[in-house]
Write a protein that binds this ligand. Structure first.
Ligand SMILES: Nc1ncnc2c1ncn2[C@@H]1O[C@H](COP(=O)(O)OP(=O)(O)OP(=O)(O)O)[C@@H](O)[C@H]1O
Ligand SMILES: [Mg+2]
Length: 111
């Protein structure tokens, strides 16, 4: 299971665009892909909801709520869309950046 995290402190610089394109690419190559959205703005989740059902599947996860608890065990690629730094500063108790950065450790603990 390979993890690819797309993160940058700057907002609006293309993180979600890159994350969704990576997810789409790997799904098209035949891999089992999970797309974990750690940003409560839900851009990646909105993208996944609009993805036509006949396209190769991308398993979207509301990771900003629940981390990677619902991550499918068979995922080949986990694409992580991290929030910008301002989100982390505004909500320290649910710091998306910190949660996204520690998600591998969390996953390891839960298995
Ligand atoms: N390579 C690119 N060239 C031109 N426009 C782009 C490119 N990548 C992203 N954009 C546009 O920039 C805007 C912001 O992109 P995106 O939502 O992916 O950024 P983000 O970093 O995820 O933002 P946020 O910090 O709010 O989550 C969108 O309108 C998107 O279409
Ligand atoms: Mg985004």
């Amino acid at each position: 299971m390979r993890h690819i995290m797309v993160m940058n402190a700057k907002g609006g610089c293309g993180k979600s665009t890159l994350a969704t394109n990576l997810a789409s690419y790997y799904a098209g190559e035949g891999y089992a892909v999970a797309l974990a959205d750690f940003d409560p703005q839900r851009s990646s989740l909105d993208w996944a909801a609009l993805r036509p059902p006949e396209y190769p599947a991308v398993h979207a996860i509301a990771a900003y709520e629940d981390g990677l608890r619902s991550l499918p065990r068979n995922a080949d690629y986990v694409i992580i869309d991290a929030p910008p730094a301002r989100m982390a500063r505004n909500s320290p108790s649910s710091s998306g950046v910190r949660r996204a950065s520690s998600c591998r450790c969390s996953r390891r603990r839960s298995t």
